[in-house]
Design a protein. Structure first.
Length: 276
């Protein structure tokens, strides 16, 4: 039996994506190691390079400036030049500029309009949501009493895949009910929005998280425009008593499903680590 040829380039891409995902998770939960990792990687690479003496190594302060966490402050400054002072629907020009800023900062293709679809607002207040029931009989702390707008994530615990677990961890609720064409195009839009990948950005901190649309809401009378899972809200630093704040929410153009869900701490097109 002839074994299929090994696609080394495809394998390398998968390993690289796995490395980036693992690194992002580590930095998201232990941000204090960012400076150590950056310094260690660069210094180690330089020491192993022929003809480089220890005296030629850059200072730790200079190396730390390459940390992906510095993207946060850069994003805060750039968004501050475009966003209005008060939370309100953005103009087409503002959305276009923000889309370019997000790409330049994080290397991600995120926009207000995707395949002709646009939310009722892309800049609004997000509020804390509970965990959603993933399958019949599911029991987790801080879980909503009912199912999400799209039902269970799986029909049974045995069918709950790691991918679906991540979708529930990093989900947002959007106001699909208030879309002007929701009723007229219900069958299409219901499927289009289910698990639609989005980028949620806290303009006050520069924190950004990739999530999926997993529920509908909140109601307009709440004064909020979006809802975020406990993990989304915690990462965005909106877990204080108010549990609400302004965010930008754009669609992510990722037809190949290559961008992992969760915190975004690096430029996808310019990864922070040195690779061979």
């Amino acid at each position: 039996m002839v074994k299929p040829a090994l696609d080394s380039e495809k394998l390398r891409s998968k390993l690289k994506l796995k490395h980036l995902t693992t690194r992002t998770t580590l930095l998201a939960h232990h941000p204090h190691v960012a400076k150590f990792l950056t310094t260690s990687v660069l210094a180690g690479a330089l020491l192993l390079s022929p003809g480089v003496s220890p005296a030629a190594l850059p200072a730790a302060s200079a190396i730390s400036e390459a940390s992906p966490f510095n993207l946060h402050q850069r994003l805060v400054n750039l968004l501050g030049e475009v966003l209005p002072r008060e939370v309100q629907p953005l103009t087409v020009d503002q959305e276009t500029k923000i889309s370019q800023i997000l790409h330049d900062t994080y290397g991600i293709h995120a926009s207000a309009v995707l395949e002709g679809n646009h939310l009722n607002t892309t800049y609004g207040l997000i509020g804390a949501e509970q965990h959603l029931m993933r399958y019949p009989g599911d029991m987790v702390p801080n879980m909503a009493p009912g199912r999400g707008a799209w039902g269970y994530f799986a029909y049974s615990k045995d069918q709950l895949t790691p991918d679906l677990v991540e979708k529930e961890r990093y989900y947002v609720a959007v106001q699909t009910l208030y879309l002007s064409d929701w009723s007229a195009r219900l069958p299409y839009l219901r499927d289009w929005y289910k698990y639609r990948k989005v980028l949620v950005v806290n303009p006050k901190t520069g924190k950004a998280v990739v999530a999926v649309v997993g529920d509908a809401g909140p109601a307009s009378w709440t004064g909020k425009h979006f809802g975020g899972s406990p993990e989304v809200m915690e990462y965005l630093h909106m877990f204080d008593g108010k549990q609400r704040g302004p965010v930008i929410l754009f669609f992510v153009d990722d037809p190949g499903d290559q961008i992992p869900l969760g915190p975004l701490e690096y430029n996808l097109e310019r990864p922070p680590q040195l690779t061979g």
